[in-house]
Design a protein around this ligand. Structure first.
Ligand code: HEM
Length: 179
């Protein structure tokens, strides 16, 4: 029974983690785009974005990441045989990448707050698609487990990247056409 409670809250915390990451990098987009505004609008907006990014990162996204790890590793402790299986190893490799991405966001918050990070809104829009790929692949691996071939996971990654790119390009065209 404890296992099902762990899995239920694992899903709650990973959804919160993913939502926090997507919203955080969306704030980076607006923060970067406000660099082109005139004062005092530029200073007011960028100051406000720093407050929102810092609170979102410290109060929601980081606790959700820690609790996703805690519930995930607790399930592994209850099912140690999973460690022998390729799907969990591949999933853990993806989640470590996602954790590095999460920690890199803290550096971006500081860089934007100190006007040191000069990357564009476009750059952060593309960056924001990274967790999408991890989410799709992690869910395929954990639901199918050993029933999915890694070649299929590879195809799923390629299709996800292609669809995200098409969506991104389509949105860029729509933005250019919008008044
Ligand atoms: C942070 C480290 C993580 C560990 C150690 C971990 C480990 C696990 C384990 C052992 C299960 C139970 C598998 C089962 O009994 O069916 C599970 C379920 C699940 N995990 Fe994770 N996980 C982690 C992070 C994540 C992340 C980041 C995602 C998505 C982005 C994710 C998505 C899922 C899903 C959707 C399930 C439910 C699968 C089902 O109901 O069959 N996990 N995870």
């Amino acid at each position: 029974m404890p296992y099902l409670w762990l899995k239920s809250f694992h899903l709650v915390f990973l959804v919160s983690w993913m939502a926090g990451l997507f919203y955080l990098v969306r704030l980076f987009v607006y923060h970067a785009e406000a660099a082109g505004d005139a004062e005092p609008r530029r200073g007011i907006l960028r100051g406000q974005y720093t407050v929102m990014e810092t609170r979102l990162y410290r109060l929601i996204t980081t606790p959700a990441m820690v609790l996703t790890w805690a519930t995930g590793l607790s399930m592994v402790a209850l099912q140690p045989a999973y460690l022998e299986q390729g799907w969990l190893r591949a999933k853990l490799a993806l989640v470590v990448l996602l954790t590095v991405y999460h920690l890199a966001c803290a550096r971006v918050i500081r860089g934007l707050a100190e006007d040191r990070d000069t990357r564009t809104g476009e750059w952060f829009r593309v960056m924001n698609e990274g967790p999408t790929l991890v989410l799709v692949l992690a869910c395929l691996l954990v639901v199918f487990k050993e029933a999915i071939a890694f070649s299929t996971v590879g195809w799923a990654a390629a299709v996800t990247v292609a669809l995200v790119w098409l969506g991104y390009k389509g949105y860029a065209v729509a933005r250019r056409r919008a008044p």
